[in-house]
Design a protein around this ligand. Structure first.
Ligand code: NAD
Length: 442
């Protein structure tokens, strides 16, 4: 098929590249000229394992192209995917201006029947809005062109985006049109060689809702476990043992019940807020979602609170090594990362930070911590430890899982670790002589 992917961020670039890998002819469009210029030279704007090689292979095979002009890409296109951002608006709802701008551009320039696929995460009712905007543009130029708007939310995880896209747990397709559903089935068939059962066709509103509910459910699991962790500390229980104790119940399961420093990223915070807002717009107060957010806001600072409890409120003269800045391992994405909140809190109290992250330092320097003058970035994890008063582990990158603990002990001024991701064994730390603070165990 000939596909146009509009928006070349985490979702658009992965989607376009994976469809190209299956033999489709794909053009990725973005209004960011620099991004497109770089992509044409083989420079990938994000860190995502495996993506760079796959982009290059498909560019070489002439299955993947880049463009800044949507109007040039619609003439022989079978499907146009909308994959632009839907950031949090001022009132907490999803800001649809990018999506609706794209809809208007499509309406202005489409010249033949087209399937428009909404891949961005959008509130219930957005497909109808997209349809109306396109129809208005067609009416303005007296054009009578057949089109369908489909909801096809994306469930990939940053850090494992290619694996998720190539082997999805399910593909959700929201359409009431049988022929469109069949086209979507053909497009996704190569991703389900053994069975198509995992392609779930449903009405558009249910598809739109499914994405928010999936993210809200995952955020709820995280906040629930963090709440439990905080209670465990108070009553002298060990959340790591409680986690295994409950996960072994097949009704509960082990996934997504790790306590930590709270969720971040570009999706959970904004999607929980947007679902709350949608409920509110329909006269319903989503109390559980309020609590999920409140717990998460507090949890982001639990490690900073432990540092303050240990060292006191005046941290001037103290230096802390930070391992990990991205909101989770496997990505350079720092949107809403707990590290931002923790570092800002500690430096406000006078501390200096020596930070190391395998991929996110550029993001920190350029955007998320650019105004914070009390951070130095190091090229290696051990360099960050030199003369620091303690180590704070904030993102569970694999290279932090089994470090040289004697090097940690010898490089730090004090043998002291604050672990926001519960990566180490407390008893082992004690036997090595490292004082170890973690989440959910005193
Ligand atoms: P992103 O911010 O990384 O990328 C969005 C891109 O759209 C940017 O490059 C921007 O320049 C471009 N853009 C904006 N307006 C445009 C226009 N008129 N024409 C062409 N390009 C335009 O966003 P993202 O993280 O890829 O997320 C995109 C959507 O997918 C969001 O709705 C998000 O919630 C959803 N989503 C994200 C993830 C994730 O892990 N990042 C996972 C699933 C779903």
């Amino acid at each position: 098929m000939n596909l146009t992917i509009i928006g070349t961020g985490y979702v658009g670039l992965v989607t376009g590249t994976c469809f190209a890998e299956m033999g489709n002819k794909v053009t990725c469009v973005d209004i960011d000229e620099k991004k497109i210029e770089n992509l044409k030279k083989g420079i990938i704007p994000i860190y995502e394992p495996g993506l760079e090689a796959m982009v290059q292979r498909n560019v070489d095979n002439k299955t993947l192209f880049f463009n800044t002009q949507l109007k040039d890409c619609l003439a022989d296109c079978d499907m146009a995917f909308i994959a632009v951002g839907t950031p949090m608006g001022e009132d907490g709802s999803a800001d649809l201006k990018y999506v609706l701008n794209v809809a208007s551009e499509i309406g202005k320039h489409m010249s033949q029947p087209l399937i428009i696929v909404d891949k961005s995460t959008v509130p219930v009712g957005t497909a109808d809005k997209v349809k109306d905007v396109i129809q208005d543009e067609l009416n303005k130029r007296n054009a009578n062109i057949d089109f369908h708007v489909v909801s096809n939310p994306e469930f990939l995880k940053e850090g494992d985006a290619i694996g998720d896209f190539m082997k999805p747990d399910r593909v959700v397709v929201g359409t009431e049109d049988k022929a469109t559903a069949e086209k979507m089935r053909q497009l996704y068939a190569p991703f389900f060689r053994s069975s198509m059962d995992r392609m779930l066709v449903m009405d558009v509103r249910s598809a739109e809702m499914t994405k928010y509910v999936a993210n809200a459910m995952l955020a709820t699991k995280i906040s629930f476990m963090n709440e439990v962790a905080n209670i465990c500390e108070l009553v002298g229980a060990d959340v790591n043992k409680v986690r295994i104790g409950i996960g072994s119940d097949s009704r509960i399961g082990y996934s997504f019940i790790y306590p930590g420093s709270g969720y971040g990223g570009s999706c959970f915070p904004k999607d929980v807020k947007a679902l709350k807002k949608t409920a509110q717009q329909h006269g319903y107060q989503a109390q559980l979602l309020n609590a999920v957010e409140d717990v998460n806001d507090r949890q982001k600072l639990v490690i900073a609170d432990k540092v303050i409890e240990h060292f006191g409120k005046d941290l001037s003269g103290k230096t802390f090594a930070v391992w990990g800045l991205s909101f989770k391992p496997g990505t350079d994405d720092m949107r809403e990362a707990p590290s931002i909140y923790i570092i800002n809190k500690l430096t406000e109290l006078g501390a200096k930070i020596q930070a190391y992250d395998p991929k996110a330092v550029h993001e920190a320097k350029e955007f998320y911590l650019k105004d914070n003058k009390n951070i130095e970035y190091t090229d290696s994890r051990y360099e960050a430890l030199e003369n620091a008063d303690a180590l704070l582990l904030l993102t569970e990158w694999k290279e932090f899982r089994s470090p040289d603990f004697m090097a940690i002990k010898n490089n730090l001024k004090n043998p002291l670790i604050f672990d926001g991701r519960n990566q180490y064994d407390g008893e082992r730390m004690e036997s090595i002589g490292i004082r170890y603070y973690q989440i959910g165990k005193k």
